[in-house]
Design a protein around this ligand. Structure first.
Ligand SMILES: *[C@@H]1O[C@H](CO)[C@@H](O)[C@H](O)[C@H]1NC(C)=O
Ligand SMILES: *[C@@H]1O[C@H](CO)[C@@H](O)[C@H](O)[C@H]1NC(C)=O
Ligand SMILES: *[C@@H]1O[C@H](CO)[C@@H](O)[C@H](O)[C@H]1NC(C)=O
Ligand SMILES: *[C@@H]1O[C@H](CO)[C@@H](O)[C@H](O)[C@H]1NC(C)=O
Length: 318
Protein backbone atom coordinates (compact mmCIF):
# COMPACT_ATOMS: atom_id res chain seq x y z
CA UNK A 1 0.00 0.00 0.00
CA UNK A 2 2.76 2.42 0.95
CA UNK A 3 4.62 1.53 -2.28
CA UNK A 4 1.54 2.23 -4.40
CA UNK A 5 1.18 5.62 -2.77
CA UNK A 6 4.79 6.50 -3.59
CA UNK A 7 4.26 5.48 -7.21
CA UNK A 8 1.12 7.52 -7.44
CA UNK A 9 2.80 10.62 -6.04
CA UNK A 10 5.72 10.32 -8.46
CA UNK A 11 3.30 9.93 -11.36
CA UNK A 12 1.48 13.10 -10.38
CA UNK A 13 4.73 15.07 -10.18
CA UNK A 14 5.74 13.82 -13.61
CA UNK A 15 2.45 14.91 -15.13
CA UNK A 16 2.71 18.37 -13.59
CA UNK A 17 6.20 18.75 -15.06
CA UNK A 18 5.24 17.73 -18.59
CA UNK A 19 2.08 19.80 -18.67
CA UNK A 20 3.72 23.10 -17.65
CA UNK A 21 2.13 25.60 -20.07
CA UNK A 22 4.26 26.84 -22.95
CA UNK A 23 5.21 30.42 -22.18
CA UNK A 24 4.20 33.58 -24.00
CA UNK A 25 6.87 36.12 -24.83
CA UNK A 26 5.19 38.21 -27.54
CA UNK A 27 6.50 41.75 -27.91
CA UNK A 28 9.85 43.42 -27.41
CA UNK A 29 11.77 43.38 -24.16
CA UNK A 30 14.85 45.45 -23.42
CA UNK A 31 17.32 43.87 -21.03
CA UNK A 32 20.00 45.76 -19.11
CA UNK A 33 22.79 44.18 -17.08
CA UNK A 34 21.94 43.73 -13.40
CA UNK A 35 23.51 46.09 -10.85
CA UNK A 36 25.62 43.14 -9.70
CA UNK A 37 26.97 41.51 -12.86
CA UNK A 38 27.85 38.39 -10.88
CA UNK A 39 24.18 37.55 -11.49
CA UNK A 40 23.11 36.26 -14.90
CA UNK A 41 19.88 37.07 -16.69
CA UNK A 42 17.79 34.00 -17.49
CA UNK A 43 14.78 33.76 -19.77
CA UNK A 44 12.25 32.60 -18.87
CA UNK A 45 13.07 33.26 -15.22
CA UNK A 46 12.25 29.65 -14.28
CA UNK A 47 15.13 28.54 -16.55
CA UNK A 48 18.82 28.27 -15.76
CA UNK A 49 21.69 26.85 -17.76
CA UNK A 50 22.17 23.80 -15.50
CA UNK A 51 18.76 22.46 -16.57
CA UNK A 52 18.88 19.74 -19.21
CA UNK A 53 15.92 20.97 -21.19
CA UNK A 54 14.54 24.39 -21.97
CA UNK A 55 10.93 25.42 -21.25
CA UNK A 56 8.49 25.37 -24.13
CA UNK A 57 7.28 28.51 -25.86
CA UNK A 58 3.82 28.85 -27.39
CA UNK A 59 3.17 28.83 -31.14
CA UNK A 60 2.22 31.89 -33.22
CA UNK A 61 3.99 34.69 -31.46
CA UNK A 62 6.77 37.11 -32.36
CA UNK A 63 9.20 37.87 -29.55
CA UNK A 64 12.25 40.17 -29.49
CA UNK A 65 14.85 40.71 -26.81
CA UNK A 66 17.16 43.69 -27.08
CA UNK A 67 20.09 43.06 -24.77
CA UNK A 68 22.19 46.08 -23.89
CA UNK A 69 25.93 45.72 -23.49
CA UNK A 70 27.54 48.82 -21.95
CA UNK A 71 30.82 50.05 -23.43
CA UNK A 72 33.73 48.30 -21.68
CA UNK A 73 31.69 45.12 -21.16
CA UNK A 74 30.88 42.04 -23.18
CA UNK A 75 28.02 39.57 -22.89
CA UNK A 76 28.35 35.80 -22.89
CA UNK A 77 25.12 34.41 -24.32
CA UNK A 78 24.19 30.72 -24.19
CA UNK A 79 20.95 29.00 -24.92
CA UNK A 80 19.15 25.68 -25.09
CA UNK A 81 16.80 25.57 -28.01
CA UNK A 82 14.63 23.33 -30.14
CA UNK A 83 12.95 25.14 -33.01
CA UNK A 84 12.03 21.90 -34.83
CA UNK A 85 14.78 22.79 -37.35
CA UNK A 86 12.78 25.84 -38.45
CA UNK A 87 14.85 29.02 -39.05
CA UNK A 88 12.73 31.03 -36.62
CA UNK A 89 15.35 32.19 -34.10
CA UNK A 90 17.91 34.82 -35.13
CA UNK A 91 20.58 36.82 -33.38
CA UNK A 92 21.80 40.17 -34.76
CA UNK A 93 25.01 41.40 -33.18
CA UNK A 94 26.53 44.86 -32.77
CA UNK A 95 28.07 44.76 -36.26
CA UNK A 96 24.68 43.77 -37.79
CA UNK A 97 25.82 40.20 -38.46
CA UNK A 98 22.82 37.86 -38.44
CA UNK A 99 23.02 34.28 -37.21
CA UNK A 100 20.13 31.85 -37.60
CA UNK A 101 20.21 29.67 -34.49
CA UNK A 102 18.91 26.11 -34.64
CA UNK A 103 20.91 24.52 -31.82
CA UNK A 104 22.81 25.43 -28.66
CA UNK A 105 25.82 27.62 -29.47
CA UNK A 106 27.90 30.11 -27.46
CA UNK A 107 28.03 33.82 -28.35
CA UNK A 108 30.39 36.56 -27.14
CA UNK A 109 28.88 39.96 -27.79
CA UNK A 110 30.12 43.51 -27.61
CA UNK A 111 28.53 46.94 -27.11
CA UNK A 112 26.18 48.57 -27.67
CA UNK A 113 23.61 45.76 -27.98
CA UNK A 114 22.51 42.55 -29.59
CA UNK A 115 19.05 41.40 -30.49
CA UNK A 116 17.37 37.99 -30.42
CA UNK A 117 14.20 37.49 -32.48
CA UNK A 118 11.83 34.55 -32.34
CA UNK A 119 9.07 34.18 -34.95
CA UNK A 120 7.25 31.17 -33.60
CA UNK A 121 4.74 29.47 -35.84
CA UNK A 122 4.95 26.10 -34.08
CA UNK A 123 5.57 25.25 -30.45
CA UNK A 124 9.25 24.88 -29.55
CA UNK A 125 11.57 25.30 -26.59
CA UNK A 126 14.00 28.05 -25.68
CA UNK A 127 15.92 28.98 -22.56
CA UNK A 128 18.50 31.79 -22.63
CA UNK A 129 21.24 32.97 -20.27
CA UNK A 130 23.28 36.16 -20.52
CA UNK A 131 26.21 36.97 -18.24
CA UNK A 132 27.96 40.33 -18.55
CA UNK A 133 31.71 40.72 -17.97
CA UNK A 134 34.11 43.62 -17.97
CA UNK A 135 36.49 43.57 -20.96
CA UNK A 136 39.97 43.03 -19.56
CA UNK A 137 42.67 45.44 -20.70
CA UNK A 138 44.74 44.03 -23.58
CA UNK A 139 48.55 43.86 -23.49
CA UNK A 140 49.16 43.13 -27.15
CA UNK A 141 52.26 42.07 -29.01
CA UNK A 142 52.82 43.67 -32.40
CA UNK A 143 53.81 41.60 -35.42
CA UNK A 144 54.66 42.99 -38.83
CA UNK A 145 53.85 41.90 -42.35
CA UNK A 146 55.48 43.51 -45.36
CA UNK A 147 54.61 43.86 -49.01
CA UNK A 148 56.78 41.41 -50.91
CA UNK A 149 57.14 39.40 -47.70
CA UNK A 150 56.10 35.92 -46.56
CA UNK A 151 52.77 35.32 -44.79
CA UNK A 152 52.68 34.86 -41.02
CA UNK A 153 50.74 32.26 -39.10
CA UNK A 154 49.44 33.30 -35.65
CA UNK A 155 47.90 30.84 -33.19
CA UNK A 156 44.95 31.42 -30.88
CA UNK A 157 46.88 31.55 -27.54
CA UNK A 158 48.49 34.76 -28.84
CA UNK A 159 45.07 36.40 -28.95
CA UNK A 160 44.68 36.10 -25.15
CA UNK A 161 46.90 39.12 -24.60
CA UNK A 162 46.01 40.55 -27.99
CA UNK A 163 47.98 40.72 -31.22
CA UNK A 164 48.38 43.85 -33.33
CA UNK A 165 49.29 43.24 -36.96
CA UNK A 166 51.12 46.08 -38.64
CA UNK A 167 51.41 46.13 -42.41
CA UNK A 168 52.99 48.32 -45.08
CA UNK A 169 49.68 48.85 -46.90
CA UNK A 170 46.69 47.01 -45.39
CA UNK A 171 46.38 43.76 -43.45
CA UNK A 172 44.89 40.71 -45.16
CA UNK A 173 43.60 38.09 -42.72
CA UNK A 174 42.40 34.53 -43.34
CA UNK A 175 40.90 32.40 -40.56
CA UNK A 176 41.51 28.69 -40.07
CA UNK A 177 39.26 26.43 -37.99
CA UNK A 178 40.39 24.69 -34.77
CA UNK A 179 42.49 21.54 -35.20
CA UNK A 180 40.10 19.96 -32.70
CA UNK A 181 37.13 19.02 -34.92
CA UNK A 182 35.00 16.59 -32.89
CA UNK A 183 33.02 17.99 -31.19
CA UNK A 184 32.83 21.09 -33.37
CA UNK A 185 34.31 23.77 -31.14
CA UNK A 186 34.66 26.36 -33.92
CA UNK A 187 31.76 28.53 -32.56
CA UNK A 188 34.09 29.37 -29.65
CA UNK A 189 36.04 31.41 -32.22
CA UNK A 190 33.32 34.01 -31.55
CA UNK A 191 35.36 34.75 -28.43
CA UNK A 192 38.08 36.32 -30.58
CA UNK A 193 37.34 39.85 -31.78
CA UNK A 194 38.87 41.80 -34.65
CA UNK A 195 39.38 45.56 -34.57
CA UNK A 196 40.18 47.78 -37.53
CA UNK A 197 43.18 49.59 -36.05
CA UNK A 198 46.12 49.37 -33.62
CA UNK A 199 44.15 48.62 -30.39
CA UNK A 200 40.83 47.36 -29.02
CA UNK A 201 39.40 50.90 -29.00
CA UNK A 202 39.47 50.82 -32.82
CA UNK A 203 36.33 50.02 -34.81
CA UNK A 204 35.09 46.53 -34.00
CA UNK A 205 34.72 44.50 -37.21
CA UNK A 206 33.33 41.26 -35.82
CA UNK A 207 34.77 37.97 -34.66
CA UNK A 208 37.00 35.25 -36.12
CA UNK A 209 34.14 32.78 -36.50
CA UNK A 210 32.44 35.23 -38.86
CA UNK A 211 35.62 35.46 -40.98
CA UNK A 212 35.82 31.65 -41.03
CA UNK A 213 32.17 31.31 -42.06
CA UNK A 214 32.54 33.92 -44.83
CA UNK A 215 35.30 31.72 -46.26
CA UNK A 216 37.19 34.70 -47.64
CA UNK A 217 39.75 37.15 -46.38
CA UNK A 218 39.17 40.20 -44.21
CA UNK A 219 41.12 43.35 -45.11
CA UNK A 220 41.80 46.29 -42.80
CA UNK A 221 41.01 49.83 -43.97
CA UNK A 222 44.33 51.12 -42.59
CA UNK A 223 47.72 49.60 -41.77
CA UNK A 224 46.64 47.77 -38.60
CA UNK A 225 44.36 45.03 -37.36
CA UNK A 226 44.06 43.98 -33.70
CA UNK A 227 42.92 40.51 -32.65
CA UNK A 228 41.82 39.97 -29.07
CA UNK A 229 40.09 37.14 -27.17
CA UNK A 230 37.58 38.29 -24.56
CA UNK A 231 38.04 35.19 -22.37
CA UNK A 232 41.63 33.96 -22.13
CA UNK A 233 42.21 30.21 -22.32
CA UNK A 234 40.08 29.25 -25.34
CA UNK A 235 43.26 29.14 -27.42
CA UNK A 236 43.40 25.44 -26.51
CA UNK A 237 40.97 24.79 -29.40
CA UNK A 238 44.00 25.58 -31.60
CA UNK A 239 42.60 27.78 -34.29
CA UNK A 240 44.89 30.11 -36.19
CA UNK A 241 45.04 32.91 -38.74
CA UNK A 242 47.23 33.65 -41.75
CA UNK A 243 48.15 37.33 -42.15
CA UNK A 244 49.80 39.03 -45.11
CA UNK A 245 50.24 42.45 -46.55
CA UNK A 246 47.25 43.13 -48.80
CA UNK A 247 49.62 44.38 -51.53
CA UNK A 248 50.66 40.75 -52.15
CA UNK A 249 47.16 39.36 -52.59
CA UNK A 250 45.09 42.26 -53.89
CA UNK A 251 45.11 40.93 -57.47
CA UNK A 252 43.35 37.71 -56.46
CA UNK A 253 39.63 37.82 -57.19
CA UNK A 254 39.11 35.14 -54.57
CA UNK A 255 41.49 34.11 -51.83
CA UNK A 256 41.07 31.51 -49.14
CA UNK A 257 42.89 29.31 -46.67
CA UNK A 258 43.00 25.58 -47.32
CA UNK A 259 41.53 23.77 -44.36
CA UNK A 260 44.03 20.94 -44.19
CA UNK A 261 45.44 21.19 -40.70
CA UNK A 262 44.20 18.01 -39.10
CA UNK A 263 44.86 14.41 -40.12
CA UNK A 264 41.12 13.87 -40.13
CA UNK A 265 40.11 16.73 -42.41
CA UNK A 266 39.77 16.31 -46.13
CA UNK A 267 42.26 18.50 -47.92
CA UNK A 268 40.02 19.01 -50.94
CA UNK A 269 39.37 22.56 -52.02
CA UNK A 270 37.93 24.29 -55.04
CA UNK A 271 38.82 27.58 -56.69
CA UNK A 272 36.46 29.63 -58.82
CA UNK A 273 38.55 31.55 -61.37
CA UNK A 274 35.63 32.75 -63.52
CA UNK A 275 36.04 36.35 -62.26
CA UNK A 276 39.87 36.35 -62.45
CA UNK A 277 42.79 34.71 -60.68
CA UNK A 278 41.69 32.70 -57.66
CA UNK A 279 44.21 31.59 -55.05
CA UNK A 280 44.39 29.48 -51.91
CA UNK A 281 47.11 29.16 -49.32
CA UNK A 282 48.15 26.36 -47.06
CA UNK A 283 50.58 27.15 -44.29
CA UNK A 284 52.11 24.17 -42.55
CA UNK A 285 55.66 22.99 -41.87
CA UNK A 286 55.25 19.57 -43.50
CA UNK A 287 55.36 18.96 -47.28
CA UNK A 288 52.17 19.26 -49.27
CA UNK A 289 51.39 16.96 -52.20
CA UNK A 290 48.81 17.64 -54.88
CA UNK A 291 47.13 14.32 -55.50
CA UNK A 292 44.37 15.18 -57.91
CA UNK A 293 43.47 18.21 -60.01
CA UNK A 294 40.30 18.64 -61.99
CA UNK A 295 39.92 21.78 -64.12
CA UNK A 296 39.10 23.02 -67.63
CA UNK A 297 41.95 22.88 -70.19
CA UNK A 298 41.96 26.65 -70.50
CA UNK A 299 43.06 27.02 -66.86
CA UNK A 300 46.56 26.99 -65.41
CA UNK A 301 47.25 25.99 -61.81
CA UNK A 302 50.51 27.42 -60.49
CA UNK A 303 52.11 26.42 -57.21
CA UNK A 304 54.37 28.79 -55.31
CA UNK A 305 56.25 28.50 -52.06
CA UNK A 306 56.29 31.33 -49.53
CA UNK A 307 55.55 34.11 -51.97
CA UNK A 308 53.94 34.67 -55.37
CA UNK A 309 56.75 35.79 -57.70
CA UNK A 310 58.34 33.97 -60.68
CA UNK A 311 61.35 33.12 -58.48
CA UNK A 312 59.08 31.32 -55.99
CA UNK A 313 57.13 29.31 -58.55
CA UNK A 314 57.47 25.52 -58.17
CA UNK A 315 55.30 24.18 -60.98
CA UNK A 316 52.50 24.88 -63.44
CA UNK A 317 49.76 22.35 -64.08
CA UNK A 318 47.78 22.65 -67.28
C1 LIG B 1 31.36 39.17 -7.57
O1 LIG B 1 32.17 37.99 -7.55
C2 LIG B 1 33.53 38.26 -7.20
C3 LIG B 1 34.32 36.96 -7.36
O2 LIG B 1 33.63 35.88 -6.80
C4 LIG B 1 33.59 38.83 -5.78
O3 LIG B 1 34.93 39.13 -5.45
C5 LIG B 1 32.77 40.13 -5.74
O4 LIG B 1 32.71 40.62 -4.41
C6 LIG B 1 31.35 39.86 -6.23
N1 LIG B 1 30.64 41.15 -6.34
C7 LIG B 1 29.47 41.37 -5.76
C8 LIG B 1 28.92 42.74 -5.92
O5 LIG B 1 28.86 40.50 -5.17
C1 LIG C 1 18.46 25.71 -11.73
O1 LIG C 1 17.19 25.12 -11.84
C2 LIG C 1 17.06 23.88 -11.14
C3 LIG C 1 15.70 23.31 -11.46
O2 LIG C 1 14.69 24.26 -11.45
C4 LIG C 1 17.24 24.16 -9.61
O3 LIG C 1 17.19 22.94 -8.92
C5 LIG C 1 18.63 24.78 -9.42
O4 LIG C 1 18.79 25.15 -8.05
C6 LIG C 1 18.79 26.04 -10.27
N1 LIG C 1 20.15 26.48 -10.17
C7 LIG C 1 20.47 27.76 -9.98
C8 LIG C 1 21.91 28.10 -9.97
O5 LIG C 1 19.60 28.63 -9.84
C1 LIG D 1 5.37 37.74 -36.99
O1 LIG D 1 6.11 38.57 -37.88
C2 LIG D 1 5.98 38.18 -39.25
C3 LIG D 1 6.91 39.05 -40.07
O2 LIG D 1 6.80 40.37 -39.72
C4 LIG D 1 4.51 38.34 -39.66
O3 LIG D 1 4.35 37.92 -41.00
C5 LIG D 1 3.64 37.48 -38.75
O4 LIG D 1 2.28 37.70 -39.05
C6 LIG D 1 3.89 37.81 -37.29
N1 LIG D 1 3.20 36.84 -36.45
C7 LIG D 1 2.48 37.20 -35.39
C8 LIG D 1 1.82 36.07 -34.64
O5 LIG D 1 2.36 38.37 -35.03
C1 LIG E 1 50.38 37.50 -21.58
O1 LIG E 1 50.99 38.56 -20.86
C2 LIG E 1 51.45 38.16 -19.58
C3 LIG E 1 51.96 39.41 -18.87
O2 LIG E 1 52.81 40.17 -19.71
C4 LIG E 1 52.54 37.09 -19.74
O3 LIG E 1 52.97 36.64 -18.47
C5 LIG E 1 51.95 35.91 -20.52
O4 LIG E 1 52.96 34.96 -20.77
C6 LIG E 1 51.36 36.37 -21.83
N1 LIG E 1 50.69 35.24 -22.46
C7 LIG E 1 50.89 34.92 -23.72
C8 LIG E 1 50.12 33.73 -24.22
O5 LIG E 1 51.65 35.53 -24.45
Amino acid sequence: MADNLKLLILAVFAVVHVLADPYNCAGTQTINPPANINNSWNYPDTYNSSQNTAPQYAANQNCSWIINVPKGMFAYFTLKVDTNNEPVLTLIDSVSYTTVITSASPFFLLDPLFRVDLQATKIGSLGMTVTWYKVNPAFPNTVQVHSNGSPLMIFAPDFDNGTVIQSDTRVNLLALPPTMIAPDVSPFMRNTQIYDGPNIDSTHLGNLYQVLTYGKSLVSTGKYLTIYSLFPGFGTIENSVIVQDYFDVKDFKSYKAINCISLLTQCQFSLDARQGTAAAIRYYPTPMFIKDVSMPQTNVLSVYTSFVTPAHKLVDYT
